[in-house]
Write a new protein. Structure first.
Length: 95
């Protein structure tokens, strides 16, 4: 039941935010790479993690932050996994 709702949610996100959905599919493609070659990232990187994210553990954000030179880690208070759907998201982070 929960999986069916998650699929419906993903389909809704794809319909509303097609530019984000493409990135999501890209993320899934890279998700299964092990280990992730963070040390190969040469671009300054902004890492944003919601403190209420139940889908991705905070340790993943920490690992990326520690492994990527010239990265910045910020935590969005009250942000879940789909925090870009939260009201005020862009205003909170000046995006």
């Amino acid at each position: 039941m929960k999986e069916q709702q998650e699929l419906k949610d993903l389909a809704a996100i794809g319909a509303i935010y097609p530019e984000n959905y493409i990135g999501f599919v890209n993320d899934l493609t890279g998700y299964y790479r092990d280990p992730i070659p963070f040390d190969e990232v040469q671009t300054p990187t902004f890492i944003l993690h919601g403190d209420k994210d139940k889908d991705v553990d905070f340790s993943n954000a920490e690992q990326a932050y520690e492994g990527i030179a010239n990265s910045e880690l910020r935590i969005m208070e009250g942000g879940g996994h789909y925090m870009f759907l939260n009201e005020g998201y862009k205003e909170d982070f000046q995006m």
